[in-house]
Every structure is written in structure tokens, then in C-alpha cells.
Design a protein around this ligand. Structure first.
Ligand code: GLY
Length: 336
């Protein structure tokens, strides 16, 4: 049974939107004012703002998550997503993304190169092909056919990081992460900034999107959790949605986002469900996980949100019906 905790939000929605939200709330016994959007990591308030432009005009959650994620994909200063993403060990920027809508539709691209907006290609895979996933060259060629431009995504700054890394070519992913953490965020364990975004529109429909350049200096061809439906993202419009950030290998091992949604299906709150996934991961791999970060965010069909991480430092950003940006630090498992 869905958690029925009651909470109030102020709203700036149109009368129609408020009515719809009230109808939804009458069913769920909540007084949440829709819409809502939630993203992994504090800097993604900018992505939420873009999503909000659609949601606040009673737009579809699917359009909102695509538009929100595109902001980060185009940001050259975000070294974990899209343009400016850190390359693989051979200097190629390879991108992974997936998207899910309220109708059970899903689309994904893996290891796509030279395309600025993999999330939009993933959406077209969902909408225009009989498939769910396109990978590598096939994904690129499909994007070009659909009118996307071929672009160089390796910025001078990311190239500099890569050349510096080449001096040692330290390849153990965890050592690489420790190294990058000192370069990018000294004193923090957070160096892996995949954007996962979930939204619920005024009709109470859920969608989600997830986009990343993956682990810095990964092996050529490495694919993380972000384009894998059920790992990096899962949406069930009857129950809720979840998305992940952090070390994809660990998220894949437990089908992380699907695990979160299934826990919500059996009555856990979003925050409890995220914690269950993190604890399962830890039980499986204990000693391997101390220095890495993995975080989940989730929303249930009643509009309740939650998050949980493996280690300290995972943040998330959201906007609910009041349109106010909120940034929170997630609770975490490994208290040092
Ligand atoms: N979470 C993104 C990745 O591991 O590639």
C-alpha cells in the first residue's frame, strides 16, 4: 500500500491545474500540489528550472524531463554529462542516456559519440523505432538520420584532464575516482555527477530521464547504469519512479532503480525504498564500496519524494507545486 503521509504545499498553478491536482489528491488522500520535478545533485536546480517551464504550463512530464536534462548535456562545465564530459581512456567522449514515459515507453542510447543531446536521441528511439536501445555507431547514425548535428564534445578543459590522467594512466576505477575527486571536488567523495530527473505533471503522470558521460577514463565501450532501463532509471506510472547516480557497475548489479520502484509498490516510502536499494548493494559488495558514491532519488504516485545514498555528500534538488527551488543532502548509509 502506498504511504499516505499527509503534507501541504503552496501552489502557483492555474485553476485547472489545481483542480486536477485536487482530484488526484482526493484519490491518494494527499494534499500535494502538482507538478513536481526532482533531480540528482544540487547544481541541477538549473535543469529543474528548465523542466518547470513546461510543467508550470500544464505540459507533459516527458517533455519536461527531456528539456531539463538537455540543459546539463549542453553545459561544457559539467564534466560528467554531455558536452564537456570526461572522455574514455582513449580520449573519446561516449555518452549514455535513457528516458521513460507514463505509457510504459522507454528509449535508450549507449556509447553514442559526437551528439550533444543523447537524451533526445533516446526519446526518438522510443518514439520512432521498434526498439528500446541503440548502441554506438548505430545510435550515432540514427541520430544523424533524425537531423542531429555531428559535434566535437571534448572541450579543451576535459582534454587537459585526460592528458594529465594519461601521465599515470591509473586505471583501477576506484583509484581514478579518488584522483578525480581531488581534482574536481577536493575533500568530497562526489565526483560522479550523472543527471537523473523525475517529474510528475499536473495530470499526475510520471516520466524520467537520465544522462551521463559515464566513468572518467573508462575502458572503450564501457556502459554504465544510466542507459539501462531498471538500473539507472525506472518509471511505473501506477507506482512511482526512481533514478540513480554514482558508480554504475554497482547499480546494475542490483537493478537499482527497479528495486526502488518495487519497494514502493510494496508500501515503502520513496526514501525507505532508496535505502533498501543501497542496503542491498552494500550487503552484496560491502568492502568494495567504501570509497565510492551511489545515490538514488524517487517519487511515488502520491507525489512524495525521497533519496538515500551510500556515502555522505549526495545532494538532490527539487521543485514542488510552489515553484521554489529546494536543495537537500541525502541521508546515507556509511557514517564515518
Ligand atoms: N552512473 C553513471 C555511470 O556509472 O556511468
Amino acid at each position: 500500500m502506498i504511504n499516505r503521509r499527509k503534507f501541504l504545499r503552496h501552489s502557483v498553478l492555474s485553476t485547472g491545474a489545481i483542480l486536477l491536482a485536487q482530484q488526484l489528491n482526493a484519490k491518494s488522500n494527499l494534499e500535494v500540489k502538482l507538478p513536481l520535478v526532482i533531480s540528482t545533485w544540487a547544481p541541477n536546480v538549473k535543469a529543474n528550472k528548465a523542466a518547470w517551464e513546461i510543467l508550470s504550463k500544464s505540459g507533459r512530464a516527458l517533455d519536461a524531463v527531456e528539456k531539463g536534462v538537455m540543459v546539463v548535456e549542453a553545459d561544457p562545465d559539467d564534466t560528467s554529462v554531455g558536452y564537456g564530459g570526461l572522455p574514455d581512456r582513449d580520449g573519446n567522449v561516449t555518452l549514455d542516456a535513457c528516458i521513460m514515459d507514463e505509457l510504459g515507453g522507454n528509449g535508450s542510447v549507449m556509447c553514442i559519440e559526437n551528439i550533444m543531446h543523447p537524451i533526445s536521441v533516446a526519446r526518438l528511439v522510443m518514439e520512432k523505432t521498434p526498439h528500446v536501445i541503440l548502441a554506438g555507431k548505430g545510435a550515432f547514425e540514427f541520430a544523424i538520420q533524425q537531423g542531429f548535428k555531428k559535434e566535437n564534445l571534448l572541450t579543451a578543459s576535459s582534454e587537459k584532464f585526460w592528458k594529465e590522467w594519461l601521465k599515470t594512466s591509473m586505471y583501477n576505477p576506484m583509484d581514478t575516482m579518488k584522483h578525480m575527486k581531488q581534482k574536481r571536488a577536493p575533500g568530497s567523495i562526489d565526483n560522479h555527477d550523472t543527471i537523473g530527473m523525475l517529474a510528475m505533471d499536473v495530470n499526475g503522470n510520471l516520466s524520467g530521464a537520465c544522462s551521463t558521460s559515464g566513468m572518467a577514463f573508462k575502458m572503450k565501450g564501457r556502459v554504465g547504469d544510466s542507459p539501462i532501463i531498471g538500473a539507472g532509471l525506472f518509471v511505473d506510472n501506477e507506482i512511482g519512479a526512481a533514478t540513480a547516480t554514482g558508480v554504475g557497475e554497482e547499480v546494475i548489479r542490483i537493478c537499482g532503480s527497479h528495486t526502488v520502484v518495487e519497494a514502493m509498490r510494496y508500501g515503502k516510502s520513496p526514501r525507505e525504498a532508496c535505502q533498501i536499494a543501497v542496503e542491498r548493494m552494500y550487503k552484496l559488495r560491502k568492502n568494495n564500496l567504501n570509497d565510492m558514491q551511489i545515490g538514488f532519488i524517487a517519487v511515488n504516485k502520491s507525489g512524495e519524494i525521497g533519496a538515500f545514498a551510500l556515502n555522505e555528500g549526495f545532494t538532490y534538488a527539487y521543485r514542488l507545486g510552489d515553484g521554489i527551488d529546494v536543495v537537500k543532502s541525502a541521508d546515507f548509509l556509511l557514517k564515518k
